[in-house]
Design a protein around this ligand. Structure first.
Ligand code: B12
Length: 209
C-alpha cells in the first residue's frame, strides 16, 4: 500500500541525501511512525552493505550512507526519545573494541532512553576496562554491547570473560544484525538481540519494568 515513506529506502540506497531528508520530514509531518522510517532506513543500509560486499559500492559510499543515516536520525531522534519520567535504572552500552559502527547502537540507546532507562553510552571501539569501570561506577544491572564485524566476536568474548572475572553482578546483552543464539553461546552473553526493540524487551525483563 502506498504511504508517505514510499521510496525512502531507495533514496538512501541511491545515496540521495536531499531526497532522504525530504521524505523523512514529509513522513513526520504526515504522522508516520518514526520507527517504521528507521526500519526502512535500516533495510537501505543492509542493501548498501550488500552492494559493498559485491564490489558495486566502495568505502566512500559506505561513509556517505553513514552520513545520510546520521542526518536522518537527527530528525527522527526527538520523536523516538524524550520521555519525561523517572529513570527505571542504569544501562551501560557501547560498541565492542575493534568496531566503530555506531548507527545501530545509537538507535538502541535512543529507544532505551525513550523507554525510561538512564543510558551510559561509552561510544565505539570500547575495551573491557572501560565497560567494567562504567558498570561498577553506575552499578548497572545491564551491559549492552553492539557488534557488526564478524571479526570482533573474539574480542567480544574476551570482554565478556573479563566482565565475569571482575565478579560484577550484571547481565550482558549483545546485539547486531548477525548476532544469534550461537554467537551468544560462543561469547558467553546472557541475551542477544538483532533489533533495537529487542534491547527494550531485554531491559524490561532484567529490570522487571
Ligand atoms: C555504514 C557502514 C559503515 C560505516 C559506519 C558508520 C557509522 N557511524 O556507524 C563505515 C564507513 C565507518 C564502515 C566501516 C567499515 N565497515 Co561497515 N558497514 C556499514 C553498513 C553499510 C551499514 C551499517 C549500519 O549503520 N546499518 C544501519 C543500522 C541502523 O543498523 P545496524 O547497525 O544493523 O543496527 C541495528 C541492529 O543490528 C540492532 N543492533 C545493533 N547493535 C545492537 C546492540 C544491541 C544491544 C541490540 C539489542 C541490537 C543492536 O539494532 C539496530 C537498530 O535496529 C554495513 C552493512 C550491514 N549489512 O550492516 C556495513 C558492514 C557492517 N561493514 C563492513 C565492513 C567490512 C566495514 C569495514 C571493515 C570496511 C573497510 N574495508 O574499511 C570498516 C570497519 C571499520 C571498523 N573498524 O569498524 C561489513 C562487515 C562484514 C563482516 N563480516 O564483518 C558490512 C556488513 C558490509 C558488507 N556486507 O561487507 N561501515
Amino acid at each position: 500500500m502506498a504511504n508517505q515513506i514510499d521510496g525512502l529506502k531507495d533514496a538512501l540506497v541511491g545515496l540521495d541525501m536531499n531526497k532522504v531528508l525530504d521524505k523523512v520530514k514529509a513522513g513526520l509531518d504526515a504522522g508516520v511512525d518514526p520507527m517504521d522510517m528507521v526500519k526502512d532506513l535500516q533495510a537501505g543500509m543492509v542493501e548498501i552493505g550488500d552492494r559493498f560486499a559485491r564490489g558495486e559500492y566502495f568505502l566512500s559510499e559506505l561513509i556517505m550512507s553513514g552520513e545520510i543515516m546520521k542526518q536522518a536520525m537527527a530528525l527522527l531522534e526527538p520523536k523516538l526519545a524524550g520521555v519525561d519520567q523517572e529513570y527505571k535504572g542504569n544501562i551501560v552500552i557501547g560498541t565492542v573494541q575493534g568496531d566503530i559502527h555506531d548507527l545501530g547502537k545509537n538507535i538502541v540507546a535512543m529507544l532505551l532512553k525513550g523507554a525510561g532507562y538512564n543510558v551510559i553510552d561509552l561510544g565505539v571501539d570500547v575495551p573491557a576496562e572501560k565497560f567494567i569501570d562504567a558498570v561498577k561506577e553506575n552499578q548497572a544491572p545491564l551491559l549492552a554491547m553492539s557488534v557488526l564485524l564478524t571479526g570482533c566476536q573474539d574480542p567480544m568474548r574476551d570482554i565478556i570473560k573479563a566482565v565475569r572475572d571482575a565478579g560484577l553482578d550484571v547481565k550482558v546483552l549483545i546485539g547486531g544484525n548477525y548476532v544469534d543464539e550461537k554467537v551468544k553461546e560462543y561469547c558467553g552473553a546472557d541475551y542477544f538481540g538483532t533489533t533495537a526493540d529487542d534491547g527494550v524487551k531485554v531491559a524490561k525483563e532484567v529490570f522487571g519494568a
